[in-house]
Design a protein around this ligand. Sequence first.
Ligand code: DX5
Ligand code: ZN
Length: 215
Amino acid sequence: MTLVSCSMLSCDFSRMGEELKRVSDTGADMAHLDVMDGAFVPNITFGAPVIKKLLPYKTIPFETHLMIENPEKYISDFRNAGSDIIIVHQEATNHLDRLVNQIKESGAKAGVALNPGTSLHSVEEVLGDIDILLLMTVNPGFGGQKYIPYVTDKIRRAAEIRKERGFNYLIECDGGVDGETGKTAANAGCDILVSGSYLFKSGNIGETIRGLKSN
Ligand code: DX5
Ligand code: ZN
């Protein structure tokens, strides 16, 4: 059984609250909120004020995926906007340990994300301290891209390290997840599948979420 975190990046932004309610009511375990600043990634989405406006519609945890430079400046803003989990990129900070602690001190769960080309070794030292390890299965910036197959091996290694060293982080995969790639990632050890365009394009979002969860 895999958890499904629905990326709101592919929803109708003019009705974001209702879209959140729709995916929550049909079985998504979490809402995945992709924050992009046009600097760390070549695209701009939304920030903390928009997330805060979703609070009246919130029935499932918010996980906020920060694809921004200087994330340490904004942790309290995203926490105050209702983020239960805050995920930062290893590539976006020189002080990962400090940033992970900052997130935990804010009261949120801490996640660390790695771009496809970034090695697991770069986060080895903090693996015992984090709640979620997010492995990007596309280059971040856009929805609707293709799953990069070589990341499957990274998922497998992340699961092995967790077992060998007795860590507790959940492994999450983000990008290009559909029925087939979701199965591949889950079989390799992924606990949480992020899915955006596949869910919102499907005719029956509830059934599609159930399909992903059954992995
Ligand atoms: C990409 C984002 C993903 C993306 C997933 O930069 O971090 O969360 O929205 O979208 P799909 O499922 O369409 O690849
Ligand atoms: Zn994301």
